[in-house]
Design a protein around this ligand. Sequence first.
Ligand code: COA
Ligand code: ZN
Length: 313
Amino acid sequence: MKQLLITDVSPRDGLQNQALHFSTQDKRWLVEALSDCGIPRIEATSFVSPTAVPQMADAADLLAAVTGPAKDKLCVLVPNSKGLRRAQDAGANEICVVLSATETMNERNIRMSLAQAVSTCIEVLAEAQAAGLRTRAYVAVAFACPFEGQTSPDRAIQLAKQMADAGADEVVIADTIGAAHPSQVSNLMRPLINTLGADRLGIHLHDTRGLGLANAWAAIQAGVKRFDSSAAGLGGCPFAPGAAGNLATEDLAWLAHESGYETGIDLPALLQVVEGLSLRLKKPLGGRSYTWLKQYFSKAVVDQNHAMSGNPK
Ligand code: COA
Ligand code: ZN
């Protein structure tokens, strides 16, 4: 069976933007519950400046708190060498660096020019590899930037290649503000698949304009097998105005399963995680398919019980 590898980024991309403080214990619950749903990789937190993103100030405490199988599935975002050292001290096995495709976005996000961001990412990737860590490199605002408009595909491809040449195990093309449409996704991902291969390429989609799933499908058709998504569609970058939630993991898993791809994700269990997130964040949450999926799976349980008891439906 064909497979997609889904990385759930809700603990990092999802929570970094939430006004309500999410305790370390609640983050631990989220990470372990996502792992229990069969999610193979979880972007757990970021080792960034606590002034820049207060919600991520407990990154080291979270890594220390997580136990069980989830521990081997975690990756963490680091913006610079200091972040890498903090992540290593906390026992991280996999890190992501973040490079934006435009000058202004790098300045707003990590206070570096594009050239400084490229050299910082190259340095951090080298240091991480020397320390035996697995690495991912994000190319953020790869389709459009909230400050500079459309990103040229040539620039996104060039930066992705630079990250691959620097040894990133995986390069992740990010539609940070959810502004891409499916033909742009095809046009960017097809040449990248040819150059990097499907095992080294991922895509990170947001659903701001309702095209998250259509873009995911375009990426699948282009041969992409690695996706970022977020339970409940939680997400958004505090430094990218207009960035709404990520593509929801439940929507992507449903699309994948219906289309003959395995993800390893237990969807009814994931719906419970979405419910747990809604309770903790005190607002109704869930991807586009959430309400329907809940009805669908509760009906499946009722049908199964009827079948077991021999009752007619
Ligand atoms: N973790 C914790 N603290 C850090 C840090 C890190 N990775 N990198 C720098 N700092 C600290 C410095 O030690 C310094 O502390 P001090 O004032 O107590 O001496 C302070 O932050 C400023 O350091 P400086 O190198 O001048 O950083 P900056 O102010 O230029 O900010 C970043 C640069 C990258 C640290 C900051 O912009 C950041 O964390 N951005 C993350 C943005 C983000 O998470 N975006 C969403 C995900 S893509
Ligand atoms: Zn994102």
